[in-house]
Design a protein around this ligand. Structure first.
Ligand code: GLN
Length: 495
């Protein structure tokens, strides 16, 4: 097994490892991983300079920070000063190429926190355009491939970040999750992914999708590495008005707490039709591991689960249509002038050229549900159902400390398989959307592999843990127990 981040950091701090060597290692794997198409921009020069700086500071005896020398990949929808930031959309480029991507004049708060903690940003990762999708096929720069099987999707939208960690290019990556975009790719790639409580991690500098749902969070090789990164990312940010002032727990200490005394609810709604038997088998084995570790498993009900997909796709598209109005060709990114002096023509031509099919579909849907005459029937109603979904969880958490379920109903599906059927794609999120609607913390931890058959290789399964607001620590305690029974694994060519 590869070393976890806390132990790598101790190595760097003690001079046993150099930041420069770790960075070279990451850049080497990134180069070998070219066929995955997981990276949109690799900053070899900047990363090497940052790593050298860290090694020099260590020699001088400076304090290096909790991520000292750790190479990290950052989802392209997060602003990185001086590095292209496109969110895999042509609309944020000058000429349609990733290279001509918008260069933000500032860092997202999470990126500043990474730098301050001594992390080395080596690359920006590919994703679904503007984070809309579940397969990373909606990227304007080509689909990402799953390191476990290049014919399959790594999930999405943070597919490049999950693939980067799965192929061990970097032990850590940042993703964003609006309806499952950290957890689902983590599950499909066999890595740990955490969507924090809404408000736990700053959204400042994240290119907005659905602002009432968006959260930034860690992807990592293992639970303790994820805990270290979550600790760095969490905390109040005056630049995000929805950022919480709740104190940050000691997430790493939580990983050693064990499961004894914790009550876990298992919702029957998450084990219904559509769940693959192989996923169910692995998740149930994970539940057994939690029981063996001393947790009590009980049944709970989340009756509004079945409205999750419909509710989410009204609210998220409504918010997206409003957020994306700013990408009009006037101030940012791609501009296509249809005819000089015609402003509507400029908007239409720029947005048609800048946005891919799925993004256009979402803007149309979102504009429709917000339009006068339909607002009450769709948007207002969805807001009310959102409250009912949240109330289901509140009732369950009166009885249990956490909820355990599958992250995704299936293992990684084949590239192209759902591309022409948006509804089939949207159903990939059926188990991740409810926690997003309720603003609750949720993570995905590897629960082993499916059984290989003649047609299919063994593929990773993720177990999802959902908790009450700001209970990330209990989720990590439980995830560490699942991991003890089911240690991290890497696909063959990358091991
Ligand atoms: N797959 C979901 C969607 O397409 C969620 C995406 C996300 O979490 N960013 O909207």
């Amino acid at each position: 097994m590869s070393e976890s981040v806390p132990s790598l950091v101790s190595g760097v701090q003690a001079g046993r490892l150099s930041a420069e060597a770790l960075t070279e290692g990451a850049l080497g794997v990134i180069e070998r991983a070219g066929p995955l198409n997981a990276f949109l921009h690799v900053d070899g020069e900047g990363a090497r300079a940052a790593a050298r700086g860290l090694d020099e500071r260590r020699v001088r005896g400076d304090e290096l920070g909790p991520l000292a020398g750790i190479p990290i990949a950052v989802k392209d929808s997060l602003c990185t000063q001086g590095m292209p930031t496109t969110a895999a959309s042509r609309s944020l480029t000058r000429d349609g190429s990733a290279r001509s991507g918008w260069r933000p004049p500032y860092d997202a708060t999470v990126v500043s926190r990474l730098r301050a903690a001594g992390a080395v940003i080596v690359a920006k990762t590919n994703q679904d355009e503007l984070a809309m999708g579940s397969s990373s096929e909606n990227s304007a720069f080509g689909a990402v491939k799953n390191p476990w099987d290049l014919a399959r999707t790594p999930g999405g939208s943070s597919g490049g970040s999950a693939a980067a960690v799965a192929c061990r290019a970097t032990p850590l990556a940042l993703g964003s999750d609006t309806g499952g975009s950290i957890r689902q790719p983590a599950a499909l790639c066999g890595v740990v992914g955490i969507k924090p409580t809404y408000g736990r991690v700053s959204r400042y500098g994240l290119i907005a999708f659905g602002s009432s749902l968006d959260q930034v969070g860690p992807l990592a090789t293992d639970v303790r590495s994820a805990a270290r990164l979550l600790g760095v990312l969490s905390g109040h940010d005056p630049l995000d008005s929805t950022s919480a002032t709740v104190p940050v727990d000691d997430y790493e200490a939580a990983c050693e707490r064990g499961a004894r005394g914790l009550r876990i609810g298992v919702p029957s709604e998450y084990f219904a039709s559509g769940l693959s038997p192989e996923v169910e088998r692995a998740v149930r084995a994970g539940l057994d591991a939690l029981r063996d570790a001393g947790a009590t498993i009980v049944d709970v009900e989340l009756p509004h689960t079945r409205y999750g997909v419909a509710t989410y796709y009204v609210l998220a598209t409504a918010e997206a249509s409003s957020n994306l109005a700013r990408l009009d060709g006037v101030r940012f990114g791609l501009r296509v002038e249809a005819e000089r002096g015609n402003l509507d023509g400029l908007y239409g031509a720029s947005r048609s050229a800048g946005f891919g099919r799925e993004v256009q579909r979402r803007i149309l849907l979102g504009t429709f549900v917000l339009s006068s005459g339909y607002y009450d029937a769709y948007y207002a109603k969805a807001q009310r159902v959102r409250a009912l979904v949240a109330r289901d969880f509140e009732r369950a958490f009166a009885r249990v400390d956490a909820i355990a379920a599958p992250t995704s109903p299936t293992v990684a599906f084949r590239l192209g398989e759902r591309l022409t059927d948006p509804l089939a794609m949207y159903l990939a999120d059926v188990y991740t959307l409810p926690a997003s609607l309720a603003g609750l913390p949720a993570l995905s931890v590897p629960a082993g592999l499916s059984t290989a058959t003649d047609a299919d290789p063994a593929l990773p399964v993720g177990l999802q843990l959902i908790g009450p607001a700001f209970a990330e620590a209990s989720l990590l305690a439980l995830a560490a127990c699942v991991e003890a029974a089911c240690p991290p694994s890497t696909p063959e060519p990358w091991a």
